[in-house]
Design a protein around this ligand. Structure first.
Ligand code: SAH
Length: 331
């Protein structure tokens, strides 16, 4: 698909039925009906950055800050193994107390005890630190570029650098990680043209994983009151990401489930093949408040597992076997 076709497919005036059906077919051909479950551990909401959209940004005094201990993280990983998840995703703000060295020790411990695949989502670090984390046993890394629009990026992330974000993605690949990136859909000022560039960027970066979710305005941020992204737009982005990248792993994200009770189910039917059930301790879930209305904050990990299996059954899908590593030929 070229840029003109992609823009047309994103246009809310065009019926998305054919687009969604095509994406669903490609998903089935490339990945089958198995859905990979990745247990999400939100291990710290401390962050040194001030991204305008994000509820856990530095300086937001309304957030009750927490940080899991090494034992608590290990406990979450054991829960994941017990629930028969094959991958954990360790996500946090950019927390100086859980720096690369501490994280590397943690990763090694989890790996040794559980053998789970480990994905990190801990923001921007140096090339050496990425190598350290990879050597410790982390398999994958998620770092969304958030938007391919340079101007919009610098408005949303006043203390980050657009070029550095992409440099980090290159370093991650060089370090041998399976790399995931992605964007928010429906950011204020984001045009259909820039979203078409996002899609083409997914392909150009040769990503292993692509994550897309609607922007949801957080009342405790400078973007309070902004209009959020729609589910329709997010689904079109998911479908296009599937069509253009073909065999990447694409999650039906929590943000989609948070703006529509059927959001994740709909994403699974137009290109997505991954779910990320929360395995964080229930007491802290509400404090990992990137955006309001986040689902599953009152549930325990076991409940989320039951809910997700029921969701898959209702869709005629099933848990995929194996670790769900990248399907790209280079690994
Ligand atoms: N700190 C790490 C990862 C944690 S945030 C990093 O920056 O990479 C995970 C993702 O949540 C972000 O990449 C962003 O795309 C998304 N996010 C943050 N605030 C959001 C909001 N208000 N609405 C929707 N998604 C949001």
């Amino acid at each position: 698909m070229n840029k003109v076709d992609i823009i047309a497919a994103l246009d809310p005036d065009n019926d998305p039925a054919t687009l969604f059906a095509l994406a669903d077919n490609i998903r089935r051909e490339e990945l089958g009906d198995g859905v990979h479950l990745r247990g999400l551990i939100e291990f710290s909401n401390h962050c040194r950055r001030r991204c305008y959209y994000c509820g856990i940004r530095a300086g937001n005094a309304r957030v009750r800050r927490y940080r899991l201990t090494a034992d608590q993280i290990l406990g979450c990983a054991r829960t994941a193994a017990r629930l028969n998840y094959k991958t954990i995703v360790m996500q946090s703000g950019e927390d100086n107390h859980w720096g690369p060295r501490e994280l590397a020790d943690m990763v090694a411990k989890v790996k040794q005890e559980t053998g789970l695949a480990i994905t990190l989502s801990v923001g921007e670090h140096s090339k050496e630190d990425y190598k350290l984390l990879r050597a410790a046993g982390a398999d994958r890394f998620l770092l969304r570029f958030e938007t391919s629009d340079r101007r919009l990026f610098s408005m949303l992330k006043p203390d980050s650098d657009y070029d550095n974000r992409f440099r980090c993605l290159a370093w991650l690949k060089e370090a041998g990680f399976q790399v995931g990136s992605g964007v928010m859909a429906g950011l204020p000022g984001q045009t259909l043209e820039s979203m078409a560039d996002d899609i083409l960027m997914f392909k150009q970066l040769e990503l292993d994983m692509v994550g897309i979710g609607p922007f949801i305005a957080n009342p405790d941020t400078p973007m309070a009151g902004a209009v959020g992204g729609s589910l329709d737009l997010s689904l079109r982005m998911v479908a296009l990401a599937r069509i253009v990248t073909r065999n990447t792993h694409i999650p039906a994200t929590t943000a989609m489930g948070s703006i529509d009770p059927q959001g994740r189910q709909k994403a699974l039917r137009c290109g997505a093949n991954v779910l990320m059930p929360n395995i964080s301790p229930t007491e802290h879930r509400v404090d990992y408040s990137l955006y309001p209305g986040k689902i599953c904050t009152n549930e325990a990990p076991e409940q989320c597992a039951g809910c997700v299996d029921a969701m898959l059954g209702a869709l005629g899908r099933h848990r995929a076997q194996g670790y769900g590593h990248t399907l790209k030929a280079n690994v």
